[in-house]
Write a protein that binds this ligand. Sequence first.
Ligand code: HEM
Length: 512
Amino acid sequence: MSSSVLLLAVIFIAVLIVRARRRKGILPPGPKPIPLVGNVLDLTSRELWLRASEWAKRYGDIVYLHVFGQGLLFLNTYEVALDLMERKGSIYSDKPPLVMAGELCGCENMVAFTRYGDKARRQRRLMVKALGPNAIPAYHPLLEIETQQLLKRLADDPKNHETHIRRYAGTLTLLVIYGYRVTSNDDPFLNLAEECVDLLSNDITSGGGIWPVDIFPFLRYLPSWIPGAGFKRKAIQWKTKMEEFVDKPFELVKSRMREGTATPCFCTTLLDEMLDKDEKHAEQDFDLRWTANSMYSASLDTTVTVVLHFILAMLQHPEVAKKAQQEIETVVGLDRYPTFADRAALPYVDAVMSEVLRWGTPVPLGLPHRLMVDDIYKGMHIPRGTLVFGNVWNMTRDPEVFPNPDIFDLERYMEKVDDETAHKRDPRNVIFGFGRRRCPGLHLIESSLWIVMTSFLATFDIKKEVDERGDIVEPAIVFENAVFRTPKAFPCEIEPRSARAVTLIREQAAST
Ligand code: HEM
């Protein structure tokens, strides 16, 4: 069959799908599609959330588009996201079947790609048990130690701040999930993990783009040796690498447990329980090794992105950093680091963190959920199979909830408001997604980000760079990503606040 005949067949099927859907009822509003191809020209692979928020202004709380018959739904307010993704969670919690990433590259068992059903529920139970709110205080000492190591590296080599933040995110996850302590930048597990996360975000998931085989699934049957089937040859290589990433650290934990040398962590907690019961052993072992690995992949870019947003915010608002530093000095003094026990006495620092999370919006469109059956919402028909995005960017910029939303303004968290407004203003209720797929790492990362930001403010100043002529270099701030809102590298000066801060950084790092 020639490729033009195939294309015609696909277009014909798309037309039939679109017609059948129209017959079932009125679709939600959205930009007018072009016959056959739909809204393919309306989409963009960079910062789609900006365009989606323009559609929100024009068409309202819920916007529908389609590309070759594949429905895309944007939920633009918190209320609508709750109505559908949370209250109707039993039908809005599936994930799209990705042929390339899932089936061919073997990532279908990673939590973020798992189809909704028994396996997804089993994985969720594991994550809630080990990372639920009650489990987090046990990780506090470890978070404090890793933060102190991060600050030491920043003091020694401030220019490479992004490398150090990335290493912090990676080492922390290896420690929490596998009980594995990284001791050098050249650590084999850290390198393997970095390589695989990079592979996953930029190659396997096509950097947020779409592989032709995901639109035309029959391409999966092409023999891998024929011209045009390069994606199958790549998939074989990538699958092997990903399996190594899943199996190696997990097997290490198991062998250390047999020797009695394992450090308590997510895997040991759950393996202990599993070995106690010894029922359905193979299934549990499989679930656990994939769930553990998914944690690593999901935490790296998100953590790095938020810490970079924090540095950017402090760079642009030195007056906020000063006030936060004064609060820390009053409560903690200058001779020790803040600890989690100080948190309740540091409301201004908490407000800094809330505004960084809102203003930065690290995952502006969340990750798509797939609707499992036809649905009706406020008289509108939402077809089965539609991919549903919570438009978090629009929610964190809602002027009703956040007056002057483009301004970095802490006062919105300092004023006394009723409980409902306080709930709506807490960005944690939207930035981690919605319903049954909401981020399971949120309690861990909330604590991790708090201790990093507070300890950073206690010991460092962040300033704009000054060039040879003595002029201030205004940092160019550029975002051009598809999924995470990670800023491109920007210049800044990070320096210890005083000789006393240098002593604290060095002494603490040496004692851990
Ligand atoms: C600031 C940091 C983080 C942000 C902003 C963030 C945000 C998100 C968002 C928006 C989702 C999609 C939720 C949905 O589908 O509705 C998600 C999923 C997920 N996150 Fe996070 N995350 C962060 C850190 C972490 C960490 C540290 C871990 C693990 C330790 C983690 C593990 C996961 C996993 C496994 C999923 C997939 C859940 C599923 O599909 O069932 N995340 N995260």
